[in-house]
Write a protein that binds this ligand. Structure first.
Ligand code: BES
Ligand code: MN
Ligand code: ZN
Length: 494
């Protein structure tokens, strides 16, 4: 989609469609008063008629609004004025963009960025408008054959109205919003790919594609190198599959040489059958999304490059396919890790931590300022937090609080779970240094406990995105989360 910024009187704009908000109870926002007056109270009349009450999710398309230069006016419900915040603002923008696409409208002007939103200036209003409009326009139909819809005349150009004195902030918001939206789209695309296409090798090639013509340095470790480095846990996960594992390292040097990088580690299990501890058949197809942590690292780097952030960022993606097979790891197997610690694999379905632990040890060589891993790690996290917030744990309170705050600003929230020492006990093994699973209880926390044993020398946090990285059901698809959170985290450090 093409975006532009403008400051002008809404009623004087010749456009196929002008988007105007309406609060619950039929109250027009201040930014619509001039248009309402020019039209001799036509908008107020529509609002009073009850055709639209202003509830969130409601829309009403109007033609021939008196004295308006626009061909159409789309009224969009904003919900209760006293509850109106960035979240409702984003939802209204998504709804407007979807409605116009369905109506075949190709170009529009939105007055919504002129709204008063608590604690949000033009930067945030423009940034979230861009992200929301791109969200509304996202489609993944590259594998539709004969059933492909005719190309829908989706909304292609959106002009955002901003106040006269907000030029610079608005432009920055446009730049950040476009970069984040591009990162989110890449993350969704990778997540949505079928698992027979998106293999560890595919992800390695994707890293090379991302690096083309940019300042990204890509290194891919093959199984032989992993063996030399002692990455027995990662190799054990990959051993049941015909797909070779890859450890993908992407270094973005945007800051001064010698400045400590921020490292992102993403779980890249391209399909998780559970291995010998095999999963039930129900919804197993969704385990193609078990590489969404990896996909979010690609997406975040894409956004970082688009913004040209003056900082150093390293992405590390351990990638493997978790399959049963004659060579697969068994429950009871003991493997040794690059850290020197040994692990008893009591459940081959707890494979994410086995590949992440090797990447976390490998991360030490970059002497990072911070390390954040992102993983669709536990079903337990979905039970605890649902699909609203990502689970957040770590060994560095400053980093954890920074991520939580970043999530709030980016409308991509995370919630901290405790990583108390008391939980460590459950990983006890009678035969190795520790096991790869705890008991049935507190599964999201004990998974993080496992990772914490590989991050003692790092300022580290862990995002469990098992509930947030994709949606199931009728709207099945990758969400692009937590790219907005991660980009905000980096922006806050830059
Ligand atoms: N990829 C899954 C986690 C998952 C499950 C994410 C369902 C989203 C929905 C992970 O590899 C896994 O299987 N975890 C196990 C851990 C258990 C064996 C300790 C789980 O959550 O059941
Ligand atoms: Mn698993
Ligand atoms: Zn998994």
């Amino acid at each position: 989609m093409q975006f532009s910024l403008k400051s002008a009187a809404a009623e004087s704009l010749a456009t196929p469609c002008l988007i105007v908000g309406l609060f619950e109870g039929g109250k027009l926002p201040a930014s619509a008063h001039a248009l309402d007056q020019a039209s001799h109270g036509y908008l107020s009349k529509v609002a009073k008629s009850g055709a639209i009450e202003g509830r969130a999710g409601q829309v009403q398309l109007l033609f021939d609004v008196p004295k308006a230069a626009a061909e159409r006016v789309l009224l969009v419900g904003l919900g209760k004025e006293k509850d109106f915040g960035l979240r409702a603002y984003r939802k209204a923008t998504v709804k407007a963009a979807r409605t116009l696409s369905e109506a075949g409208v190709k170009e529009a002007v939105s007055t919504l960025p002129l709204l008063d939103v608590k604690d949000a200036d033009a930067y945030w209003l423009v940034r979230h408008a861009v992200e929301a409009a791109e969200e509304a326009g996202y489609r993944f139909d590259q594998f539709k054959g004969q059933s492909k819809d005719k190309p829908r005349p989706a909304l292609q150009k959106l002009t955002l109205l901003v106040g006269r004195d907000h030029g610079k902030a608005a432009e920055e918001g446009l730049r950040a919003g476009s970069a984040i939206a591009a990162g989110v789209a890449l993350t969704k695309n990778l997540g949505n790919l079928p698992p027979n296409v998106c293999t560890p090798s595919y992800l390695a090639d994707e890293a090379r594609r991302l690096a083309k013509g940019s300042k990204l340095k890509v290194t891919v470790l093959e199984a032989a190198q992993m063996k030399k480095l002692g990455m027995g846990a990662l190799l054990a996960v990959a051993s049941g599959s015909h797909q070779p594992p890859k450890m993908i390292i992407m270094e973005y040097h945007g800051g001064p040489k010698g400045q400590k990088p921020h490292v992102l580690v993403g779980k890249g299990v391209t399909f998780d059958t559970g291995g010998i501890s095999i999963k039930p058949a129900q919804s197993m197809d969704e385990m193609k999304f078990d590489m969404c942590g990896a996909a979010s690292v690609f997406g975040t780097l894409k956004a970082v490059m688009a913004m040209g952030l003056k900082m150093n960022v390293v992405g590390i993606v351990p990638s493997a396919e978790n399959m049963p097979g004659g060579n697969a790891a068994r429950p009871g197997d003991i493997v040794s890790t690059m850290s020197g610690q040994t692990v008893e694999i009591l459940n081959t379905d707890a494979e994410g931590r086995l590949i992440l632990c090797e990447a976390l040890t490998y991360a030490e060589r970059f002497k990072p300022a911070t390390v954040v891993d992102i993983a669709t790690l536990t079903g337990a996290c979905v039970i605890a937090l649902g699909n609203v917030v990502s689970g957040l744990l770590g060994n560095n309170e400053r980093l954890v609080q920074g991520l939580k705050a970043a999530g709030e600003k980016a409308e991509d929230r995370a919630w901290q779970l405790p990583l108390y020492e008391d939980y460590q006990e459950s990983l006890k093994s009678n035969f190795a240094d520790f096991a790869n699973i705890g008991g049935r209880e507190a599964g999201a926390i004990t998974a993080a406990c496992f990772l914490s044993r590989f991050t003692k020398n790092l300022a580290w946090a862990h995002l469990d995105v098992a509930g947030t990285a994709w949606k199931g059901g009728g709207e099945k698809g990758a969400s692009g989360r937590p790219v907005p959170l991660l980009v905000q985290h980096l922006l806050d450090q830059a």
